[in-house]
Design a binder for this molecule. Structure first.
Ligand code: CP3
Length: 350
């Protein structure tokens, strides 16, 4: 492992003592940055993440421009289904679309088993390149979608309003659903292990659609498979963050899935969650992303509320409660980072 000049993020993941709260921002490498849009203007999104030099360039942009304490590799969660053989398109201003969504168990059985060192070589090359270019300035986060969230996209074919297709699939073809979830858990674990091998310092699992499920179905279709992924990569000893958006029913369950850090969306009070599970895991979050539309005074007040609510403890990584929105003023993101860096110091005096 490279010697890191700033390892506050990793220390906070392990609930070690830090002099201030580290901060990074979900979707920090993205369209709110004019410098990202300039790269993107010359090419399409898929080519961008498949070209290690371009992926590395935009991964590092928010470290230079916004001052975050960690980088996250520029890529997408949908690279796994794509590597399994599904045809992926990114529709301009609409989002991802699979041309051949999964309909039944035959479709599941047709999916290829992936070898990340071959099929996702371009991501691993981007990881190595970023590590080299960062030269130890901040840690690098690798990520994958949870099996449930990946399956949702693979069955719906894209974003959705009611998520009818995925719900029909799990309730009417449970055997196919569990077979697919199993395959995805193995693929995600192999992929994350390869990323760790290539040089990432921490891993985040995005369960963006965990909140679609009832509490018992969340355990059955999402959490069980997240546990499976984590148990397979845990031997690597790298901190793992689980972010299951909207899955706010039982934080004790989430704290016991094997992750070192639980990411929170903005609908919960971080202090109350800390009272429940703060002794078991670190917490990440959880400013409402739309607060970055407000003025500086409001941004500062809301950031302070979160720091205050978490209180004088170790084990907090500041973040938004979901990804930064494309029409946010980058100056506001930069201001948030400055405020957290400065104002959090007093919560770490022992
Ligand atoms: O966080 C980062 O800066 C790293 C890059 C990153 C992207 N996608 C880049 C991206 C990460 C971590 C993701 C994860 C991802 N991808 C998730 C989970 C996180 C979340 O927000 O819940 C999901 C659900 C996806 C699938 C996906 N990719 C969607 C739904 C979209 C379209 C919506 C949108 O924001 O446009 C994408 C495209 C995408 N992924 C963009 C970026 C920068 C926009 C691409 C562009 O047009 O330039």
């Amino acid at each position: 492992m490279t010697n890191l000049k700033n390892d506050l993020f990793l220390k906070a993941c392990r609930r070690e003592k830090v002099e201030r709260t580290p901060i990074w921002i979900m979707r920090q490498a993205g369209r709110y940055l004019p410098q990202y849009r300039a790269v993107r203007a010359k090419t399409d999104f898929i080519t961008m993440y498949k070209t290690p030099e371009l992926a590395a360039e935009v991964t590092i942009q928010p470290v230079d421009l916004i001052g975050v304490d960690a980088a996250i590799i520029f890529s997408d969660i949908l690279v796994i289904p794509e590597a399994m053989g599904m045809k992926l398109e990114m529709i301009e201003s609409k989002g991802p679309k699979f041309l051949d969504p999964i309909k039944n168990i035959n479709d599941v059985d047709r999916l290829k088993e992936i070898d990340p060192t071959k099929d996702l070589r371009y991501v691993l090359d981007a990881v190595s390149l970023v590590k080299k270019e960062l030269n130890g300035r901040v840690p690098l986060i690798g990520f994958a979608g949870s099996p449930w969230t990946l399956m949702t996209y693979m069955v719906e074919g894209g974003g959705s309003k009611n998520f009818s297709e995925i719900k029909k699939f799990i309730y009417n073809q449970p055997q196919a659903a569990h077979r697919l979830l199993d395959k995805l858990a193995d693929a995600a674990a192999d992929y994350l292990s390869a990323k760790i091998e290539a040089g990432t310092d921490a891993i985040q699992i995005f369960d963006t659609w965990g909140g679609l499920l009832s509490p018992s179905d969340f355990v059955k279709f999402s959490l069980n498979y997240i546990e499976k992924v984590i148990s397979q990569i845990k031997k690597e000893k790298e901190p793992v963050i689980i972010f299951a958006k909207g899955a706010n029913n039982d934080f004790n369950q989430l704290a016991e899935c094997g992750a070192d850090v639980v990411g929170l969306d903005w609908t919960v009070d971080i202090g109350k969650v800390r009272d429940k599970i703060g002794g078991k895991v670190a917490l990440q979050g959880n400013l409402d992303p739309t607060i970055l539309y407000a003025d500086r005074e409001k941004i500062k007040t809301e950031a302070l509320n979160i720091l205050q609510s978490f209180g004088n403890h170790d084990g907090h990584i500041f973040n938004l409660g979901h990804g930064i929105l494309p029409d946010v003023d980058p100056e506001n993101a930069k201001y948030l980072v400055e405020v957290v860096k400065e104002e959090s110091k007093r919560f770490h005096i022992k």
